[in-house]
Design a protein around this ligand. Structure first.
Ligand code: HEC
Ligand code: HEC
Length: 212
């Protein structure tokens, strides 16, 4: 009898372990995130976990999510779903950046949710921008960009916040989209900016950089 039960128990133990180790899918994790956001105590705990696990992000993105260099995006006040899904894109190779692509595979599921919630809860601070906003930039924003990113460019659950990002990051990112740079190959923005000139992209970047 013993000879039969032991292997059976072993198989049972293995299947329990593999169930526990199984990574949750992106959709399941986003559903977890939503549940946490609706539970104040769980949200406080996640933000605390995110502040702790996010330490390795602070040197570039700032402890308060306001980036320390102009080529690095702010994470403060960003839509947490966007933060989380971009991390998945870095991990899968759909979006590429030397540092981020490496980091994206280092955090556990629960840490990635926590870090997104931590940064999303910080406030964007005004920063020194190297350009002044132009009327042309405003006109372009009001004719196209507001439709998805919102009238104040604060984004939503589906779209990223783009207000107040560093000018350098905005300009470089818009040119990447226009030039179909493989670093962000599948972005829906590629279609949006295809027919815009470099000057138009600079104008709208300057306008966005000064939006609050
Ligand atoms: C050495 C600097 C550096 C570190 C450390 C770093 N990042 Fe980044 N991060 C960047 C740069 C640069 C980009 C912009 C990449 C690009 O141009 O596509 C970026 C982009 C991102 C984006 C996309 C934001 C957007 O607006 O599209 C997210 C999300 C992000 N980082 C999260 C994190 C998190 C979370 C950590 C810590 C675990 C972290 N980063 C650590 C440099 C860094
Ligand atoms: C049809 C909807 C739509 C319109 C219109 C649109 N965007 Fe976007 N935008 C998006 C989506 C979706 C993303 C996230 C892209 C991704 O995942 O790569 C995005 C991302 C961006 C980003 C990158 C954000 C980051 O943190 O890296 C910038 C900058 C941007 N948009 C600027 C603009 C500007 C400027 C306009 C107007 C000329 C515009 N968008 C119009 C949907 C739109």
């Amino acid at each position: 009898m013993k000879n039969i039960i032991q292997p059976l128990l072993y198989v049972l133990l293995l299947s329990v372990l593999s169930f526990l180790a199984r990574a949750e899918s992106v959709d399941e994790l986003l559903a977890d995130m939503e549940r946490i956001q609706q539970d104040p105590a769980a949200l406080r705990a996640a933000i605390q976990q995110g502040e702790y696990r996010g330490t390795l992000c602070f040197s570039c993105h700032g402890k308060d999510g306001n980036s320390t260099r102009d080529y690095i995006p702010n994470l403060a006040s960003q839509n947490p779903t966007y933060l989380f899904t971009q991390f998945e894109h870095f991990a899968s190779g759909e979006r590429k950046n030397y540092v981020m692509s490496k980091l994206a595979t280092q955090l556990t599921d629960s840490d990635r949710v926590a870090v997104a919630l931590y940064f999303a809860g910080r406030a964007v601070k005004p920063r020194q921008q190297p350009v002044v906003p132009s009327a042309e930039g405003k006109a372009l924003f009001d004719s196209m960009c507001f439709a998805c990113h919102g009238a104040s460019a604060h984004g939503s659950r589906e779209y990223p916040r783009i207000a107040g990002q560093p000018y350098e990051y905005l300009e470089a990112t818009l040119l990447k989209f226009r030039d179909k740079n493989p670093d962000r190959a599948k972005s829906p923005m590629i279609g949006v900016v295809q027919n815009l000139t470099e000057q138009q992209l600079k104008d709208v970047a300057a306008y966005l950089a000064h939006m609050r």
